[in-house]
Every structure is written in C-alpha cells, then in structure tokens.
Design a protein around this ligand. Structure first.
Ligand code: SF4
Length: 383
C-alpha cells in the first residue's frame, strides 16, 4: 500500500553497514545474522528500514534487505550467468552486438539480499571500475554499439559531477543513441534525487544533448513507491529522463499475483511501466529467494492479465548466459521459451519448447521437448 501523505522535506539519510547497527533486531538475531553478513555483505539505510513493519517477521521490505540464515545453503554459483565471459575491457561487458554494459560503480545505496552481482561487494572483486576511460574508449571504437547501459552496483552512488560527466561522455559518442542507467537508488534513497537537483538537471541536459537517457528503475514492491520516491521519479521525468521499471521475481517479496499487479499498475501510473520481470538467477546465497519457473510464469501471467495495455508489455525472462530467454507460455506438458536477445545471433528470436518441469528454476534445468522424448525413447529401448 502506498500512502497519499506529502513527501517529507529534505533530510539526511544514515547508512548502516552491519546488522549490529539495526536497532530493531534483537541480540539473538544479530548473533545469527553475523555469519551471513560476513559472507554476503549487508548495507541499508534508515529511510529504507523505516518502510519495514517490524511486527511482521515476513514483511517483504524486511526480507529484501535483512539477511536470512538460509542464504548460507550450498546453492548456485556466484556468477550464475557467466558474465566474466562477456568482459572485453576493464568494467565493460559486450554480450549483445549493439549494447555495452558498463559496471560503473562497485556499491549500491543498500544491498538486495537476492542480488545476482553480490560478488561485486566482496573485497577481492575489482570488476566495477573507478577509471572508466577505457570503457568510453571501447564504446567509441565499436560503431555497432548504439546502447550503453550503466550499471554496477548502482551508478547513482557516484557523485553527481562524475555520473553526469560519464553519461555526457557516452552520449557524445556519435553512434550511441541511448544511455540507460540501471538504478535502485530511487527506491532505496529517493533523497539522493530530491536533495540534489543538479542530478536531474545534469541528466536532463545530457538527454537534450543527443542520445536518449533512460532510468531503468528497480522497484520490487509497491510499498517502495512512497511519496518521496514518487517525487524523485517525477523530478527526473520533468528534467527529460525517460523511465521503465525492471525487477526480479523474489520469493517472499513480490511472488504474489496481487503484489505484482499492484506494482505493475503503480509503475505505469508514475510513468515507469514494467519492462522486464526477471526470473531470479541461481546465484550463490539466493536459494531462499528462488521461485520455480512455472509458478513464476503463472504469477506473472495472472498479474499481467489484470493490468491495462502499457503494463502488459512486460516480459518474464531469464538473463541466461546464452541470452535473454523469455518464457512465453506454459501448458500441461510444455514450457515455451523464446530468445528475446541472444549472444549467438543464430539463436535470435528462436523458440525453444521444453518439457514441463514444475521443480525447475532455470533454463539449464529444462530439457528441450525433443531431447526429452528422445531420452525417454532410448531409455525405454534399453529397458
Ligand atoms: S541494487 Fe542491483 S546491484 Fe545493487 S544490490 Fe540490488 S540487485 Fe544488486
């Protein structure tokens, strides 16, 4: 539920880097969660923690940022989509011909427990770069790149001067038509935008300079859309930044058709319609947040049916190492997948029909229907 109260005036947000600093957690909880935060970093702030209903142990906002001991289960891989394979220069991934993905920042305004790039927050990781000159040079040298996606971490943790400079430098490359900024900061700390009008103004200036500038917002739950978050989105929009929303399907956070419906409707209403709902990657530490693929499709489909046209454009997809694979349907026997983007151009737009498996979480768990039939045939011949 969102409230209709007016946005709070300017305030300073206090960051917390250890569960010990969360006053609402008991000593017992802190003791249990310390081991988790030593493995998978914790970061939050008092604004976001203020959205939690602390009387509800299953509160979705709590689940999104407060660690869970089940994260320690042996499950998944740290780099579940093998992003390392697409790294072509320091801080640059080039997986799809026309798009360069830039790891522009090594931290975020808070850490989502289900993060698929949690490896970036580990001390030995240096994939996200401070010096992005090589990234700009790489994009300038590759004329096929028309889209630049700044991500991380979260680019909005950079100083305004640095972020605007970066956006302007990429936008100034002749063949770049779109600069996207993937960010959850407006959800985690809308005061980053509200307290610093130079940010919206600078991004708006960059947008008027040539390439379109998009905020790829990341709202997971309608309760994140507070009056402050709405005001921050409005300020960016008014400056000329275009917007869509994308988020994963997260067990215990937004894995209910009604929550997704409310989220999709609200994001359309604020001018950032849902773009992707991602199936959670099988990333190490993320087992408690995983939702089986078929159950996820059902929730997505039910939510989309309850929305009007703009929200219905959303796609339910897996960011797999071979491409962005959309789930387009499920019937009694099959799961229908389609390559929305493919690393190998030969796979672009290809439909793959897989045998239905209600326990499967990821594309790698599925068997193409033909292969499944062949395997069954050879096993019955053997018997
Ligand atoms: S905002 Fe994005 S990169 Fe940062 S912790 Fe959340 S999912 Fe990970």
């Amino acid at each position: 539920m969102t409230t209709s109260r007016p946005p709070n005036p300017r305030r300073r947000v206090r960051y917390l880097r250890s569960v010990e600093q969360v006053p609402q957690l008991s000593d017992r909880e802190i003791h249990r969660l310390r081991q988790v935060e030593q493995t998978y970093a914790f970061r939050a702030n008092d604004y976001y923690l203020g959205l939690i209903d602390w009387n509800d142990p299953d509160d979705p906002i709590r689940r999104l940022v407060i660690p869970d001991t089940q994260e320690m289960a042996d499950w998944g891989r740290l780099d579940a989509s093998n992003e390392a394979d697409n790294t072509v220069a320091p801080g640059v991934q080039h997986k799809y011909r026309d798009t360069a993905l830039i790891l522009a920042a090594p931290t975020c305004a808070a850490y989502c427990r289900y993060c698929f790039r949690k490896r970036l927050f580990m001390s030995e990781n240096d994939e996200a770069r401070v010096d992005l000159d090589p990234a700009v040079a790489y994009v300038a040298q590759h004329r096929e790149i028309t889209d630049v996606l700044l991500t991380g971490g979260d680019p909005l943790v950079l100083s305004t001067d640095r972020l605007v400079d970066l956006v302007e430098r990429f936008a100034a490359v002749e063949h770049v038509r779109t600069v996207r900024i993937g960010s959850k900061t407006v959800a985690f700390n809308p005061f980053r935008v509200l307290d610093d009008p130079a940010l919206a103004a600078g991004l708006g200036r960059a947008a008027r300079g040539g390439a379109a500038v998009y905020l790829m917002a990341h709202f997971d739950h309608p309760r994140e859309l507070t009056p402050e978050a709405r005001a921050a989105l409005k300020a960016l929009q008014a400056a000329g930044v275009q917007m869509v929303n994308q988020c994963p399907l997260i067990g215990g956070v937004n894995d209910k058709p009604q929550v997704l419906t409310d989220l999709f409707r609200a994001m359309t209403e604020v001018g950032a319609p849902q773009y992707y709902l991602f199936q959670g990657r099988p990333t190490a530490g993320n087992e408690p947040y995983a939702v089986p693929l078929v159950a996820g499709w059902r929730m997505f489909d039910a939510a989309r049916r309850r929305c009007s046209g703009l929200s219905r454009r959303a796609r339910f997809a897996m960011s797999h190492e071979s491409g962005k694979i959309e789930v387009t349907g499920v019937d009694r026997h099959h799961i229908y997948c389609r390559y929305h983007r493919a690393k190998d151009p030969e796979l672009e737009s290809r439909t793959v029909v897989c045998r239905r498996d209600d326990q499967a979480h990821w594309y790698d768990d599925l068997l193409p229907a033909g292969a499944a039939a062949a395997a069954e045939g050879s096993s019955s011949r053997r018997n």
